[in-house]
Design a binder for this molecule. Sequence first.
Ligand SMILES: [Zn+2]
Length: 290
Amino acid sequence: MLVNMKQILEEAEKNGYAIGCINTPNVETLRAVIGAAEDVGVPVIIDHAQVHDPLIPIEEIGPKMVEYAKKAKVPVCVHLDHGSDYNFVMRAIRCGFTSIMYDLSALSFEENVEKLKEFTKIAHDLDITVEAELGIMTSTEEDSHGGETGWTHETIKKTFTDPKQAAEFAERTGVDALAVCFGTAHGIYAEPPLLDIERVKAIRAAMPKECRVVMHGGSGVDDDQVRAAISAGCSKVNYYSYMATACSRHINEYLAEREGKAFWHEVQEEAYRFMRGYAADVLRVFKNGK
Ligand SMILES: [Zn+2]
């Protein structure tokens, strides 16, 4: 069933769990993530990242995402991840996406507010939900999202979201969800991240109730810290890098065992099976014991 973000995040927050948001840049990953959500019996958000568009254009993968979401036995939201320009956002809407992350975090606070306010009004009239980002999230060396690299537990603190500013942003723009910084980063972590859980609680308490708190860079974070962030108020967790790299390692072993003798469709199917199991484990963690 195809839904927007609001329809599933409200229920998640009320019941103390989070919805997983996983990139699906090919059909194997798409089948795996939706299959995993059906196995675990939870709603899911599948997303196409603008940075993945050179890999596969949204006009190719987007309609497939929408089609699979409609056929799924669980509610599925089709979301644009880090859409950073207006034309790209419009391409996602034309493909039938039900939710948009319009990431204007590179602009000043005031410009970010003005543009998101205007966009959110139009999106809501189309029944499309909106996520924004405040402050620039840190990335690791291997990642393509941009943002500062080479951080430490000490230096990353200067990027942390101010609860008061988050509240003002959410109130003025009317966005449905806000990605905030409290210790996670995009990509593969060089050292284990240390999350500021008290900050999540403060952000949650300060923001309007109808705006959800989002954790990006959720993969590679220790399960207990993920659960603590969910209990503190995160109801959407973005996850991708660790699943994608674990799958590559698995395929490496699979091919080594067969001395490289495998049909490509067998490799694809093995990747699909592996990721379906992996994504199911991840989605179980996000259920937070509920
Ligand atoms: Zn992100």
